[in-house]
Design a protein around this ligand. Structure first.
Ligand code: DAK
Length: 257
């Protein structure tokens, strides 16, 4: 598939989307977001893919939504903008999505990384919500997901004062999974994703759904939801296969059924 703003590829069972707007530090314009979601939807529907990786360049994961596209916007134009739909579509992706972040992950770029399920960061990654410098606030989850991840006082420092987090700080505050050497960051993220992609596909989807339920439901409802998903897995061939493989001391062969 030929795209203008992204490059897609696969590595075994991992589907990779790389942003390709280097001159604008991968600023997320409508075209890029639309292509990203088309590519992720296609990987989500592909049985040969188990996990996805989203990445930018070594210098910038993404420096935010495209400011040049927003400068003259009105509230009505923003409401009418399909932009927010792309974020909603990302939430509906069933397979795990890993963000491989190097350099700037700012504004919408940081929100995009946080909307993924896990984040692998290079030593040079920088996370920030600098919208305050433009006279606005985050609009795609930055105030919510950042606060849930790092806590109120640090989130306030970032949202109200534009503070950036280094990779080390992001790790310390639970925003990212791990830091890897910059020159190997994509390779390491794909390796990480490949490990996940090799696991039982239905359990992966339901595990992701169950963890995300914590953001949507009170504890009692979340526990009940988890239990239903747990019981459902006993109707899969993979549950029988996984447990039989354990008992017979062999490797399981997942069917995704
Ligand atoms: N948009 C457009 N162009 C950008 C950009 C951006 N966010 N960031 C960088 N660029 C462009 C620059 O304009 C420059 O282009 P030319 O001037 O060469 O044409 C080129 O990329 C290189 O940038 P710099 O020359 O500035 O590079 P430096 O290394 O000096 O600085 C920087 C790098 C990342 C510190 C700097 O570029 C910077 O501060 N960028 C802006 C960061 C920022 O403010 N990000 C937040 C944007 S607001 C919504 C959802 C989400 C959002 C909105 C709505 N809805 C669902 C409704 C999100 C909003 C945002 O993200």
């Amino acid at each position: 598939m030929d795209y203008e703003y992204i490059i897609t590829s696969t590595d075994g069972r991992v589907g990779i989307v790389q942003f390709n707007r280097p001159k604008a530090l991968n600023a997320l314009n409508r075209g890029l977001m639309s292509e990203l979601m088309d590519a992720l939807d296609a990987f989500d529907a592909d049985d040969d893919i188990g996990c996805m990786v989203i990445t930018g360049s070594e210098k910038a994961f993404a420096a935010g939504a495209d400011i040049k596209e927003m400068v003259n916007a009105t509230p009505a134009a923003m409401l009418d903008n399909p932009f927010i739909d792309y974020w909603d579509r990302l939430r509906r992706i069933g397979k795990p999505v890993v963000a491989a972040v190097s350099g700037f992950a700012l504004g919408g770029g940081c929100e995009l990384a946080m909307a993924c399920d896990m984040i692998i960061a290079s030593e040079t990654a920088r996370f920030g919500q600098p919208e305050i410098n433009l006279g606005i606030i985050p609009g795609a989850g930055g105030t919510q997901r950042m606060t849930l991840a790092v806590g109120k006082v640090l989130a306030m420092d970032m949202v109200l004062n534009g503070r950036f987090l280094t990779a080390e700080e992001a790790l310390q505050h639970g925003l990212i999974n791990r830091i890897v050497p910059t020159e190997l960051y994509l390779e390491e993220a794909v390796k990480f994703a490949a490990e996940i992609a090799a696991r039982a596909p239905v359990a992966l989807r339901l595990g992701k759904e169950a963890v995300n339920a914590v953001y949507e439901m009170p504890l009692q409802a979340g526990l009940a939801h988890e239990r239903r998903l747990f019981y459902m897995l006993f109707s899969t061939e993979d549950q029988k296969e996984g447990m039989d493989a354990f008992i017979n001391k062999r490797q399981p062969e997942w069917k995704g059924q």
